[in-house]
Design a binder for this molecule. Structure first.
Ligand SMILES: Nc1ncnc2c1ncn2[C@@H]1O[C@H](COP(=O)(O)OP(=O)(O)OP(=O)(O)O)[C@@H](O)[C@H]1O
Length: 252
C-alpha cells in the first residue's frame, strides 16, 4: 500500500520578481516500508521536494497524498498536527534547543502531541528507551554542546521517533558527520526501516543511498531515473558499485 503519492507536483519560488520553477510536474509513489534516497546535483530541487511532500512548505500546484489524504487541501493547523503526529524529521543542522537537556529535546514532540496522552514520567521513560536503543543513554542529562555530532544526530533520530511516526523525512541526515558517525546513524535508520518505518531521505553520499531500497535521481526539478535496490545483493560493496555505475550513466 502506498503511504505517499505525489501527482504533478510543481514548486515555484519568486525571488526579486524572478520566477524559479524548481519542481516541474513531479510524479512518484512511496510504498509503506520503503526506504527511498533522493539524489541529484546541487540545486536540482531535492530539499525542496522533501519539504513540499512533507507539508513543511506549500505547493505551487499538484497533489501530495499522505496516507490517502491530500495535504494541499489542509489548513496550517491540520498540517502542523499531521507533521507532529504522523511524521518524523531529521535534518543535517539538527535543530536542538540550547536550553534543554538532550532527553528533554528528545521528548519535546511527545509533550506537544495530542496523540500521546500519557504522564510526563511515561514520556521520559519512552525517550530513555530510545536513547538506550541507540546507545546514547549516558548523555541524557547533557547539554547539546556537551556531545559529539554522531551522538547528537542519534538523539535527533530518537526525537523523530517519539510520536511513532508513519514516515521519517530526513534531509542529509549524515551530511555533517564523519564516516564512522555516518555509518552508525545509517545503521539505526536501516534498523527502524526494517521494523516498518517508511523513510525518505536526501543524500549526496552513494554509501548512504546504497543502504536504501530505492534511489530517485533528480535533475533540474524532474525525476530523471529510479533505481530499485531491493533485489540487489546484500553485500554493501556490490550495492555501492551497482548504484555508482547507474549514477554515472545518468551523468552523476
Ligand atoms: N526558500 C527558498 N526561496 C527561494 N528559492 C529557494 C528556496 N529554497 C530553495 N530555493 C531554490 O530552489 C532551487 C533548489 O534548491 P534545493 O535546496 O531544493 O536544491 P538541492 O538539490 O537540495 O541542493 P543541494 O544539494 O545543494 O542542497 C535552488 O535554485 C534554490 O536556490
Amino acid at each position: 500500500m502506498n503511504i505517499l503519492e505525489v501527482k504533478d507536483l510543481c514548486k515555484t519560488y519568486i525571488v526579486n520578481k524572478r520566477q524559479n520553477n524548481v519542481l516541474k510536474n513531479v510524479n512518484f509513489m512511496i510504498d509503506e516500508g520503503e526506504m527511498v534516497a533522493v539524489m541529484g546535483p546541487s540545486g536540482s530541487g531535492k530539499s525542496t521536494l522533501l519539504y513540499a511532500v512533507s507539508g513543511m512548505d506549500d505547493l505551487t500546484a499538484g497533489e501530495v497524498n499522505f496516507c490517502g489524504k491530500n495535504i494541499a487541501g489542509m489548513s496550517e493547523r491540520e498540517l502542523a498536527d499531521l507533521r507532529l503526529d504522523e511524521m518524523g524529521f531529521i535534518f543535517q543542522q539538527m535543530y536542538m534547543l540550547k536550553n534543554l537537556t538532550i532527553l528533554d529535546n528528545i521528548i519535546l514532540p511527545a509533550t506537544q502531541s495530542k496523540k500521546q496522552r500519557e504522564p510526563r514520567r511515561e514520556t521520559a521513560r519512552r525517550g530513555q528507551d530510545f536513547m538506550r536503543r541507540l546507545g546514547i543513554i549516558d548523555i541524557a542529562d547533557n547539554d547539546i554542546n556537551e556531545v559529539s555530532g554522531g551522538q547528537l544526530q542519534r538523539a535527533c533520530i530518537c526525537r523523530s521517533m517519539m510520536n511513532n511516526p508513519k514516515m521519517i523525512f530526513a534531509d542529509e541526515p549524515t551530511g555533517a558527520l564523519n564516516r564512522t558517525y555516518s555509518d552508525e546513524v545509517m545503521e539505526e535508520l536501516v534498523k527502524l526501516n526494517s521494523e516498518g518505518t517508511t523513510i525518505m531521505l536526501v543524500t549526496h553520499d552513494v554509501k548512504v543511498a546504497a543502504k536504501c531500497t530505492r534511489v530517485m535521481y533528480i535533475v533540474d526539478g524532474n525525476i530523471k531515473g529510479e533505481y530499485d535496490l531491493s533485489g540487489c545483493s546484500t553485500q554493501i560493496r556490490e550495492r555501492e558499485r551497482a548504484l555508482n555505475n547507474w549514477l554515472l550513466e545518468l551523468g552523476w
